[in-house]
Unconditional design. Structure first.
Length: 218
């Protein structure tokens, strides 16, 4: 427990770019679209729609009741993938996108470097130029976190949690849901590779992840 007047010091993670602080009762800010998160680009949600500043005071929710058992540490924890959400040289698994056949398969053999253009919206990658064999102009279509688009310069863009809802660039692939936490930890100069899996494999991995999460909540 943290008592009045005590200070909690957080250090930057040694690997990856994001860490979490879980507070009993949560932070009591209004729900926006079912979430208390902050969209910095849209300037809404969270605490006044902005990043925290020195002197901000956050209202907290009701503290959860003390457990009726003496164990301080549960005998079961989340899988290793949950506690190690960042990797030095991550391999992100993906399924082919709508324009997969229009690019060379060498995409899966290449190593890409995360550029300095990376935030919660997406990460621009740098590496071997991807040449499209079809110059047909595309209509804007729906995109989602995990979609990999190929920009006009032939470099891939990996969309992340705060991405837009539509895009006009070719969609070469989609990173599977269970690997999105790994993708969210990418920071500038990180190297990343990709591995193709079937839709069935992606679904099985997702169902296993849901089962682990349900067990963890219990």
């Amino acid at each position: 427990r943290v008592f009045p007047g005590e200070e909690l010091e957080l250090k930057a993670p040694r690997r990856g770019c994001r860490a979490w602080l879980a507070i009993s009762g949560g932070i009591d800010v209004p729900l926006v679209l079912g979430s208390r998160a902050t969209d910095l680009r849209g300037q809404f949600g969270g605490f006044n729609g902005r990043a925290l500043r020195d002197g901000d005071e956050l209202p907290l929710g009701s503290v959860l009741p003390k457990p009726k058992f003496e164990e301080r540490i549960a005998p079961w924890g989340g899988p290793a993938e949950w506690t190690q959400t960042a990797a030095k040289h991550p391999i992100l698994r993906l399924v082919p996108g709508a324009q997969w056949e229009e690019f060379s398969p060498k995409f899966l053999r290449e190593v890409y470097t995360v550029s300095d253009q990376v935030d919660r919206m997406g990460a621009r990658l740098q590496g071997a130029k991807l040449q499209r064999n079809n110059d047909t102009e595309l209509l804007s279509e729906a995109v989602a976190p995990g979609t990999i688009q190929v920009a006009n310069d032939g470099q891939p863009i990996l969309l992340l949690g705060d991405c837009q809802t539509i895009g006009g660039y070719p969609k070469i692939a989609h990173v599977i849901t269970v690997d999105l936490p790994l993708a969210a930890q990418l920071r500038p100069n990180d190297e990343v590779r990709f591995q193709s899996v079937s839709l069935t494999e992606a679904r099985d991995l997702f169902l296993a992840w849901k089962n682990d999460l349900a067990r963890f909540r219990i």
